[in-house]
Design a protein. Structure first.
Length: 86
């Protein structure tokens, strides 16, 4: 099965609520990931809030052209959960 997101909801604080086609769901904090030419504009809360599910790429995209791979997002979700549980 090729991993993809099924739902994307932007939240305050540079967070996303995500659902994946493997049944996993949760929230990721992207505040430490928004670096570089493509991602720094997302530090503007209004731009970050444009996050949505792309029907073709099947992952999160923003109006400025930024996108993140579903594999990266799921890995980040797991790492952040592990950090909270520790």
């Amino acid at each position: 099965m090729i991993l993809h997101t099924t739902e994307v909801t932007p939240l305050p604080g540079y967070r996303l609520r995500l659902s994946f086609n493997n049944g996993e769901l949760g929230e990721v904090d992207l505040s430490e990931e928004l670096e570089g030419e493509v991602f720094e504009p997302l530090l503007d809360a209004a731009v970050f809030a444009t996050a949505r599910q792309d029907p073709i790429m099947k992952t999160v995209v923003w109006n400025n052209g930024a996108d993140l791979a579903p594999e990266f997002l799921l890995d980040l979700l797991h790492r952040q959960r592990d950090r909270i549980a520790a």
